[in-house]
Design a protein around this ligand. Structure first.
Ligand SMILES: Nc1nc(=O)c2c([nH]1)NC[C@@H]1CN(c3ccc(C(=O)N[C@@H](CCC(=O)O)C(=O)O)cc3)C=[N+]21
Ligand SMILES: [Mg+2]
Length: 290
């Protein structure tokens, strides 16, 4: 038996066809959404990701605002680019591409972003709002994973979800989304300190592998029929390798390929955040007293 693929590209295409109409309506209302990126340095991977985000914008009619800084940019240079996008009315939302060079205080830079323009949904104010259940832009990768699971009718209500990896972009945040009443899952967060990873994973209806550890999840760990979402990617001599061993496809019910699974959805939800922000601004100005 071979698992069904959780197809991130096909799902991204569906999201894009919905977004296209919403962007047209916003443009007709005089508020074309704009995505900004701040990229520091010349890491080829980061440059490729940023290029991909702007290519997505071009497909949808979303305006692109790029600020590319040299690898030796100072914190003051980056602060100036952030202040510039905070003040730019054409920029609905933006990201500071991570990682930043080591000589820059990344936490301070990210806190300088106007929380209303935080397309990643990872500003401390927005993470706080997420904990409180208040409206905020949602983190893109967790939102993409949940959308993908729903798209394939994988039950979340009462499901046992095991998340592997405690990074902020997904491990620490996805449980906040999955334990809302609207999802109602039971979530276990595993990490390098977990005593028996195989025992935890084997109890899961859904495994979210986000450790950044090549082929960490092996078929012996996975319950037959489980859904396995491969979020981690590592650059190895053999190319890009996910957290899920290929033999897991023989045991699981669903697996997200990597590439072609979660990555395209992370990018799609970045643009969903930007479109939602523009829509909420149009709604607020329509409701405001003249
Ligand atoms: N502020 C910030 N926000 C981010 O969201 C962010 C970041 N910094 N820094 C780097 C990581 C990485 N990331 C990816 C997004 C999409 C794909 C993606 O679409 N991958 C394709 C493959 C693309 C290819 O083949 O090059 C796929 O999985 O199919 C990959 C990686 C976002 N990140
Ligand atoms: Mg094994």
């Amino acid at each position: 038996m071979t698992a069904t693929a959780l197809d991130g590209k096909a799902t991204r295409d569906e999201i894009f066809s919905d977004l296209r109409g919403r962007v047209e309506a916003l443009t007709a209302a005089g508020r074309t959404p704009g995505l900004g990126t701040i990229l520091v340095g010349d890491d080829p991977g980061s440059q490729a990701y940023v290029r991909g985000k702007h290519a997505d914008c071009a497909k949808l009619g979303i305006a692109s605002i790029r600020r590319d800084l040299p690898a030796d940019a100072t914190s003051a240079d980056i602060d100036a680019a952030i202040d510039d996008l905070n003040a730019d009315p054409a920029c609905t939302g933006y990201i500071v591409q991570l990682p930043l060079p080591n000589h820059v205080d990344a936490t301070a830079a990210l806190e300088r972003i106007d929380p209303r323009k935080d397309a990643d949904g990872l500003h401390p104010v927005n993470l706080g709002r997420l904990v409180l259940g208040a409206p905020a832009p949602l983190p893109c990768t967790p939102r993409g994973v949940i959308h993908l699971l729903r798209r394939y009718d994988i039950p979340l209500d009462g499901a046992r979800v095991v998340v592997v990896g405690r990074g902020v972009t997904i491990g620490r945040t996805i449980g906040l989304l999955l334990t809302r009443r609207s999802e109602n899952a039971t979530v276990t967060l595993c990490h390098t300190g977990t005593r028996d990873l195989a025992a935890e994973v084997s109890r899961a209806d859904i495994v979210v592998a986000a450790a950044g550890s090549p082929h960490l999840i092996t078929p012996d760990m996975v319950a037959p029929g489980a859904a396995v979402v491969d979020v981690g990617v590592s650059r190895t001599d053999a190319g890009l390798v996910g957290d899920v061993h290929p033999d897991v496809w023989e045991v699981a019910g669903h697996v997200s390929p990597n590439p072609g699974g979660v990555g395209p959805l992370t990018r799609a939800f970045l643009l969903v955040n930007v479109v939602e922000q523009a829509e909420s601004e149009v709604a607020a100005s329509a409701g405001a007293p003249v």
